[in-house]
Design a protein around this ligand. Sequence first.
Ligand SMILES: *[C@@H]1O[C@H](CO)[C@@H](O)[C@H](O)[C@H]1NC(C)=O
Ligand SMILES: *[C@@H]1O[C@H](CO)[C@@H](O)[C@H](O)[C@H]1NC(C)=O
Ligand SMILES: *[C@@H]1O[C@H](CO)[C@@H](O)[C@H](O)[C@H]1NC(C)=O
Ligand SMILES: *[C@@H]1O[C@H](CO)[C@@H](O)[C@H](O)[C@H]1NC(C)=O
Ligand SMILES: CC(=O)N[C@H]1CO[C@H](CO)[C@@H](O)[C@@H]1O
Ligand SMILES: [Ca+2]
Ligand SMILES: [Ca+2]
Length: 579
Amino acid sequence: MKATCILPLLLLLTGGSTKPKEDILEWWEETIVYQIYPRSFKDSDGDGIGDLNGITSKLNYIHELGVGAIWLSPIFQSPMYDFGYDISDFYAIHDEYGTMEDFVTLVNKANEFGIKVILDLVPNHTSNESMWFQEALKGNEKYYNYFVWDDGIIDENGNRQPPNNWLSHFRGSAWEYREEVGQYYLHQFVIGQPDLNYRNPDVVDEMKNVIRFWLNKGIAGFRIDAVNCLFEVDKQLFGGVYPDEPIAIGNDGDPGSHSYLDHIYTKDQNETYYMVYQWRDVIEEFRADDGMPRLLMSEVYASIQDVVRYFGEGEIKGVQMPFNFDLITDVDDSSSANDIKRAIDKFMTYKPIDQNANWVVGNHDQSRMATRYGSSLVDGINMIVLLLPGIGVTYMGEELGMVDGYVSWEDTVDPAGCNTNDPINYVKTSRDPARTPFQWSAEKNAGFSTADKTWLPVATGYDTLNAESQNNSRISHLKVYQALNELRKSKVFRHGRYESLALNNDVFAFRRWYKSHIYVVIVNMRQTEHTVDLTYFENVSGNLKVAIVNIQSDKVIGQKFKATSVPVSAYESMVLKVD
Ligand SMILES: *[C@@H]1O[C@H](CO)[C@@H](O)[C@H](O)[C@H]1NC(C)=O
Ligand SMILES: *[C@@H]1O[C@H](CO)[C@@H](O)[C@H](O)[C@H]1NC(C)=O
Ligand SMILES: *[C@@H]1O[C@H](CO)[C@@H](O)[C@H](O)[C@H]1NC(C)=O
Ligand SMILES: *[C@@H]1O[C@H](CO)[C@@H](O)[C@H](O)[C@H]1NC(C)=O
Ligand SMILES: CC(=O)N[C@H]1CO[C@H](CO)[C@@H](O)[C@@H]1O
Ligand SMILES: [Ca+2]
Ligand SMILES: [Ca+2]
């Protein structure tokens, strides 16, 4: 406690915060969370689709990366209208991915490697092929009440119309009529994804049982999908009618597109936060049993104020990791060093002081990091993700600098692309390019599969850009990633403090320090050369020694530079240690 009186002052000076005391860190506070999109990671049986045994066969690779936790995108039984985000049985493994036995083997083998397994919870909706929805259609009242139904309205011409103007994320009305029921059901995502009704206590209990079921299989936590869409407004507050949403200011003029409306009644409802806090209580039941903390991560694209509410409120605990998407949504290859600094400082500024930041630069819904930032910045961005204070998140392939693959209109399968019915502009919304198979080697299908056709085509360029060749070469993105991960284990990066500077428009730099150990990380966002003076950082003087450099750099590990004048070449990034 002795540090508390000087702490506020330090925070004022540095504008950043890390854990104030040298606590013993929980497992999830010191690891990297590595996201695997199972369909595209490794195919073990030659059908062109990645599977659980494929993941198990690559645990040694994940272990060599130094990653301590893998998060698997959904592996549950699904008709795959939305590639697993439409679940027909929350308690079963999707047959293309393997069996429950394969899953238990994966968890056990992962544990032998010291790797924890995190699953994706998709609580907003089920598949229309779920037993729950099928029972609802048959008139089973219990399951009818699992969904959100409404009569709709009859217009002046006597035609039936949806209850209101709500729009699906994938274009068009969010309401779909079912003859069997004589009512419309709500689907915030595709038609095949009816929304669950969280105002029904049975649904609340059911989802808690889903959480318990998988925790009992030995998993270490959940990533919760699209959680801010859980609740819709309570229609009782509007005389039993779901109110229209207002047209968004600054919309793109396309009335079918989700962004046309301002989602004040279908997103970020107050009740959502309290549902998530209840799920934290469920994982705490397990911790009380065996002492092992489980991790919850939430996926929410919202204002920073809304995102950090998922941490909890006062004494009430929420998730430990509300995903921080600022490095996806706020910056890209056109950003200046100042923009990067502001994007990083944003989460640090708004998060509760005793909670961790986390750093995410890609996922299965977003264009890949190496494409958004450019291949020259791959190592620099990985330096930011892995060396800033907090939890690093890597989407599979970021360690290699994998780029978006080209997927033709004929090969496009993502509903976000297909639903545009537009063979030209589908590329703007399709998420397939970020989901092309993992590039293992220069062999057929990049070593992903022996099939003649894979579910998505392998990206071109895999003959040189692949895990095997990067592992075999002395200098590669993979080797830089492993070196960063090794350095990350030191006290400076586990417990040290942090401050950042935009040294000019192009060069972003941050300092991490612990007692007398000081490191400075430099990332040049531009194809320009600079000489930078690092003595703008307090306590940085004398010489700095090169610890890690990006693959384009001609600096040598161990080489020394004067703090007052460090040369930085085009797109160069480096980690320096004050000598
Ligand atoms: C990477 O290369 C090392 C030898 O340099 C080898 O021991 C290791 O098995 C390789 N990793 C993989 C996943 O092939
Ligand atoms: C589920 O919805 C899809 C459209 O997304 C439709 O093609 C399919 O027929 C529906 N299945 C059932 C059982 O309602
Ligand atoms: C949000 O919901 C919680 C729990 O139901 C309630 O205690 C709180 O007053 C609500 N806050 C607002 C602003 O509606
Ligand atoms: C600078 O170094 C001194 C001496 O080690 C230390 O007391 C001080 O806290 C450091 N200040 C900062 C901002 O790192
Ligand atoms: C932000 C977002 O839309 N995330 C997911 C929400 O759920 C849909 C349907 O399940 C997924 O496709 C998205 O990836
Ligand atoms: Ca397979
Ligand atoms: Ca919902």
